[in-house]
Design a protein around this ligand. Sequence first.
Ligand code: FRU
Length: 549
Amino acid sequence: MMKRVLLSLVCCLLSVVALPSELSFKVKSKYLNLPISQDAERRKLTFQAKGVDDLNVVARLSPEPDYWVFKDLTAYKGKTLTITFDGPEEALSLVYQADTIRDAQKMYQERNRPQFHFTTRRGWINDPNGCIWHEGLYHLYYQHNPFEREWENMTWGHATSPDLLHWTEQAPVLFPDTIGTMFSGSAVFDKDNTSGFGTKKNPPLVYAYTADRSDKETQCIAYSLDGGMTLHKYEGNPVIDSHDKWQTHDTRDPRLFWYKPGGWWVLVLNERNGHSIYTSDNLKDWTYQSHVNGFWECPDLFPLPVDGNANDVRWVMYGASNTYMIGSFDGKVFTPESGKHRFSTGTIYAAQTFNEVPDGRRIQIGWANIDHRGMPFRGQMLLPTELTLRTTKDGIRLISKPISEVTSLLKPLYSSEKALNGQEVNKALQPYQSQDCVHLRATLNLTYATSAGLRFDGQTLVDYDLNHNTLNGQFYSPQDPTSLSLTMDIYIDLTSIEVFIDDGLYSYSMERRRAINTPQRPVIKGFEVWGTDINVTDIQLDAVESCWL
Ligand code: FRU
């Protein structure tokens, strides 16, 4: 009996605590600042105002915040906004509007803020979405949770840049709705206004994205008439619902492009066990054409000339984990000729290439799930790379190199062409050991078929084993199979490291780990090469300038 009374008392108390709390006010400022604790439970948070779609998310609002996030209030300006929270009132009562983001004065100077990679000001990011160049700006949209530094509430965040390095974060553009949360997708410039969303004079940018719901995923479109800054969802959404056909929840990540030879739009969609091709004349009505098995998530499909020869163009079909096939494409069917191959490993995932790049380069940007310990944000984009197709000893392969713009960030520190032995290199590089953001290009030459490598602050960046022919555990054989040399192009930011081998034939990325210095295991600061009787040639060491200062 006593137990029952106690139980009902606890239930009663709980229901009092869980009562939705409410806050209503006239929006006068640009931002709403919200207190977040990773220890608080996720509770329903609702935003309602006349003339703006209701927004339902979950958030860890807390009266004892670890950090603050913000919501852009532009869409609510002058309106009465009602916020309902299914959690403690003391948490909601701390929420306030202001023209500044809380702690903005320290923004981009935080201890673990990447200095030459894109990160969001607050919250979580994953896949790049809607990558496109338009009227002088690169647009990078991305999977975003503005309400905490973990995955949830998928929203499209947005950033713009003139050079793919210096980014300005803009207000998010797509928010969860009743069709689903906003999963990955892409963007095209509909210059002939085939969709009718714009006018001949002001043609639209058109976006395709997945709406994810617990029962199914469907494909939707949206458009922008102001150069990608605000998006409008099409009232006829969803435009593709293939759930019943594929008997799966997993149909997502539409990748749009214009197929010039045929004069129609193509949408590549991951469905169940591979990528499907759909075509359309107006970006609204889609016809299924074909399917290629063997991929999961985030399709990409693009043409590239082989060795720069415009008369020998191949198509690359790509999946989320950097596996790709090379083949031909007639606008409706992709026919694989070789694959699957992989040119990059490590933290890179869900990379997407940009549409409409004015000089025709195929530029790719990938996501890395980097923690940035202790920061109010998580995840980053890796360096944008230019993709090309080259004939190699193994056949035609993708080559990936940082875009040439990256060199504008490099400030020379040291260089040497002549061969230095291990001890000499370590000594030569020692004066620069406290550089935090650094680039090193060098050729490592072995003389024994054993192993050699390179560490930075005690972390292994290169571990080349010529007995097993492995590079950091992955099989690697240089173009000249008898070569004992390896050219390394290494970019070190505060929390991540990218390594490009032999001019982009193979690359990998990793989290930068700050090794703990103990008397038993002292950490050697800066670069340290190792290996029996090795030497290093063509050394170029640079500081990498911050993109935020
Ligand atoms: C890949 C992915 C996509 C999906 C998105 C959701 O990382 O799972 O397939 O659209 O992330 O955030």
